[in-house]
Design a protein around this ligand. Structure first.
Ligand SMILES: Cc1cc2nc3c(=O)[nH]c(=O)nc-3n(C[C@H](O)[C@H](O)[C@H](O)COP(=O)(O)O)c2cc1C
Length: 239
């Protein structure tokens, strides 16, 4: 009886081990795929061509653009301003926007339509490595525009930067107050950085908050825990 039980135990252990090994291999190959898909953005520039005061004065909502693609440097500067790491961060966890409790519940996506050297598609921004991870291929500007009540500015833009939030990151510490106040405040700070960087680089943008959440989530294939808060269509400023 005892022998029989032992024999029965070994195949169970073997199956368990095989399953664990399988999961490790799958997760490692997933990471490898992510690494392969990672697109390193140019190093963020520490200086622009105009002063902060000029950028603040130039900031306005722009809903039509001059034709032409953005450069990878434009994309790099916009994403760094939106949610990148501060360049002097050595010992402290800090980003370009303030975040209640340094919880940083925001994620940043790029829906690329026309960018020199970058395929159309959806990319997730990785602030730690200042890189993009491609999530899917294809131009979703038309789909995003429909999700945003048909707003033409979205299909006219070269790219859209989308800010989403994982509310579960703040709820344990700050509860409903954190969900209701702090997360949207964080998004506002990051959004203003996008406006200012666009103004500083001769680009135009507008904060778009009017959209159907589920349709935007579907268009971007957002993880189930994330809620889209803002779409920032960006293109070259009109002449
Ligand atoms: C939370 C929020 C949501 C907004 N949503 C939209 C929008 O869906 N579509 C749009 O064209 N502008 C939108 N805007 C831009 C405002 O209309 C714009 O900021 C306002 O008219 C003032 O113009 P200015 O930004 O040029 O100063 C939004 C702005 C904010 C702050």
């Amino acid at each position: 009886m005892v022998k029989k039980n032992r024999i029965l135990k070994y195949p169970v252990a073997a199956i368990f081990l095989a399953a664990v090994l399988f999961l490790i291999i799958v997760s490692l190959s997933g990471e490898e795929n992510n690494m392969q898909n990672a697109i390193q953005l140019p190093e963020p520039l520490g200086k622009g061509e105009i002063s902060l005061e000029e950028a603040i004065n130039l900031r306005e909502s722009v809903r039509s653009f001059s034709p032409g693609p953005l450069s990878l440097e434009d994309v790099s500067q916009l994403l760094w301003a939106a949610g990148g790491l501060r360049v002097d961060t050595v010992t402290r966890h800090s980003r370009t926007y303030p975040s209640a409790g340094a919880l940083h519940p925001l994620e940043f996506y790029l829906a690329a339509g026309e960018v020199e050297g970058l395929d159309s598609g959806i990319y997730r921004y990785n602030p730690a490595s200042h890189s993009l991870v491609q999530i899917s291929r294809g131009d979703v500007r038309e789909q995003l525009s429909r999700a945003a009540l048909g707003q033409a500015v979205i299909r006219r833009a070269a790219v859209c930067v989308v800010i989403s939030a994982d509310f579960a990151k703040v709820a344990p510490r700050y509860g409903e107050r954190g969900r209701m106040r702090y997360v949207p405040m964080d998004a506002g700070h990051a959004g203003q950085n996008i406006y200012l960087m666009a103004a500083a680089r001769g680009l135009g943008t507008v904060a778009v908050g009017a959209f159907d959440d589920d349709s935007v989530s579907n268009a971007l294939d957002l993880p189930s825990g994330e809620t889209p808060l803002y779409i920032y269509p960006v293109g070259k400023s009109p002449e």
